[in-house]
Design a protein around this ligand. Structure first.
Ligand code: SF4
Ligand code: SF4
Length: 437
């Protein structure tokens, strides 16, 4: 299909819009509506605006503002009794905006650099990671902060930037690591994009836990960024290129599962079939690929878990990742894994599936809204008294760490798989589970 024909389909489809009966039952599940109490910043209001645009109304600055302020968290999808696929709608609305609106030149340059040059390229990620590591580890960051060189806005964004972890996980690309003891499964692991340089230790822990559970783990060298951030930003042409690269890299590997440890990535990987549904060459391959993708929680909870877990006498509260809970409908698996650790007590927070404000790069672009949501999230966390916050998505972990430093009580933020890894290793002083103070 020609690019122009695809662009015509990259907009909210009438059949999807028609499913909304405007009942408003989703309003209370929407973080932006709960904050602002503005109908146009509710799911129903946003769908109403999409209907107007679909009927020929112009894409106005106001439309842009309300669609962009949406977190694409899909909380409304869970709440909707009519089965409105809001995630699909908002992604399509953003794709339409992308093809029809010319953004200011500064924004265009930043988006081109981030989405088309940085995220798809291993080399550029390694260069950016090395530069950022030098900035953070050499004392330059501390000096800049002491001298107050950065403008206020950049200072705020800097507090949300990930810590770079060397050596990068890219070092594992192209390797196959054997199962510990008897091999029960052959799986492929996707390292992500930024996670390769900022969550390298989490990725290693994921591989260790898989191997402990009888998995031979391949980390294909030709894999690429999954394209989730592109899909959320409406940049579907680049997302499609990345999807094809991943399909080509993995489809013929004969794997029992393709594993990701990021809820946000998993959701997009499982929806490659939608992204490529009009691509005659890839549509069927994308369907096959999507059915093989498993979130790490989902996969581990579905197999007979290696029971050699040592006791971790800690209290943990779990923050649902929006794209795991609302996008993939996976809620019980991470809880099942956490409670399988002897000695671990799971203490639920209020509204654990309400977005923490991370939402990909949302916290960088809409920092004010993201921080309001984070403040409330941390109040729920603090009320549990748990010294550890478990999550299942690196982006949420970064946001929650920022939340701990601004509004928290020294809690430690860890991925579910890191907690399992520590229980398998039986570390005396466990890094992820030891409170900061
Ligand atoms: S999205 Fe669903 S819950 Fe929300 S107004 Fe429409 S039909 Fe009702
Ligand atoms: S995706 Fe999230 S922020 Fe957007 S309308 Fe739905 S509930 Fe609200």
């Amino acid at each position: 299909m020609a690019a122009s024909d695809l662009a015509a389909l990259d907009k909210p489809q009438q059949a999807d819009l028609d499913r909304c009966v405007h009942c408003g039952l989703c309003l209370n599940a929407c973080p932006t509506y709960r904050e602002l109490h503005v109908e146009m910043d509710s799911p129903r209001g946003r769908i109403y605006q999409m209907v107007q645009v679909s009927g020929g109304a112009p894409i106005s600055p106001s439309y842009l503002e309300h669609i962009e302020l949406c977190l694409a968290c899909r909380g409304c999808e869970t709440a909707c009794p009519s089965g409105v696929q809001y995630g699909r709608l908002v992604e399509a609305a953003r794709a339409e905006i992308e093809t029809k609106i010319r953004r200011p030149w500064r924004e265009r340059i930043v988006r081109w650099l981030v989405f088309r040059k940085l995220l798809p390229s291993r080399l550029n990620l390694e260069i950016a990671g090395a530069l950022l590591y030098f900035y953070q580890a050499s004392g330059l960051k501390a000096l800049v902060s002491m001298l107050g060189f950065l403008p206020a806005r950049l200072r705020e964004v800097e507090t949300l930037a990930p810590e770079i972890e060397t050596p990068f996980f890219f070092a594992y690309y192209g390797k196959t690591l054997p199962a510990e003891a008897e091999r029960r499964y052959r799986v492929a692991f996707l390292g992500g994009c930024i996670a390769n340089v900022s969550f390298a230790r989490l990725n290693e822990a994921t591989v260790r836990v898989l191997r402990k559970n009888g998995c031979e783990v391949s980390i294909p060298a030709a894999q690429a960024c999954c394209g989730a951030l592109h899909v959320h930003a409406g940049i579907r042409d680049e997302a499609r290129k990345l999807a094809r690269r991943n399909i080509d890299a993995l489809i013929n590997g004969g794997f029992d599962a393709i594993i990701t440890n990021a809820g946000g990535c998993g959701s997009t990987l499982k929806e490659y079939w939608e992204l490529l549904e009009y691509d005659p060459e890839y549509a069927e391959k994308a369907r096959q690929f999507s059915t093989s993708v498993k979130d790490i929680n989902e996969f581990l909870a579905s197999i007979e878990l290696n029971p050699n877990l040592r006791s971790l006498p800690i209290t943990v509260t779990y923050q649902d990742s929006c794209h795991l809970a609302h996008g993939q409908k996976i809620r019980s698996a991470p809880r099942k894994l956490l409670t399988s650790v002897p000695g671990l007590q799971l203490r639920e927070m209020q509204l654990s599936d309400l977005c923490c404000g991370s939402a990909g790069i949302y916290n960088v672009v809409h920092t004010g809204m993201a921080m309001s949501l984070l403040k409330k999230k941390m109040a729920s966390v603090n009320a549990t008294g748990a010294p550890v916050i478990a999550a299942s998505n690196p982006g949420c972990m970064l946001q929650l760490r920022a939340g701990v430093s601004r509004f928290g009580r020294g809690q430690r933020v860890a991925h579910v798989v890191e907690i399992l890894d520590e229980a398998y290793r039986g570390d005396e002083a466990s890094a992820a589970t030891k409170p900061v103070k």
